[in-house]
Design a protein. Sequence first.
Length: 221
Amino acid sequence: MIKSNKLQAPLTTNATSMRVLSEALVDSGIRYGTQQFTLELRSINSVNGVSTAVLKAADVLTVSVNGTTYTSTFATDTQNTINVLATNITANALVVSAKAINDQKIIITVVDNVEIAVINPGVTNSTTNQLNVEETQELRLLVSLNVINQDALAPSRIDITGTAPNTVTYTGYGLPGAVEGNPVWRISKTTDTATTTVVLWADGNEKMDNVWTNRASLSYS
């Protein structure tokens, strides 16, 4: 789950597929659910939304998913080219699936309770086709009128290594339903000796954007 910065239903921009934060009241709501995007290949001259796009040799499909650019160069036919792009997108760690519905569309489903951007779709070398993206399912907003003080969250994961008094304790703070493998955790590292106790935070801050299963390899300061 993600703490929301908006009181009203979430909105997005075509440019970033992310929430518009301007002119919005701040609340303590929780954003949850599953984000979904539709990539659609269309002819630039399509009429009434009816696509007649047909890829040709040298055409390259491209799109950025969560900061990583994926491409598919024309191979054999339009359907195969779409299938390859879908397969490539599925390799993203925050994508559950990318399914080619036909030779024109790909449905991208994101990991639960995680918000990403799918941007910059295009068809390189083509003057007749275009690739569009639409966020067809946004995270839902559970509004709370009381401020959720994330700093007051009780630890939900504790991992202690070593033998007292020389121990290292990793403490994870996550909202209800947080998955250990998702980047939604605040993690601290406490190093105890017979005479000292040192508390450090993953990435040097208390943001809830770390993966609990990676706790031992994170950078603490």
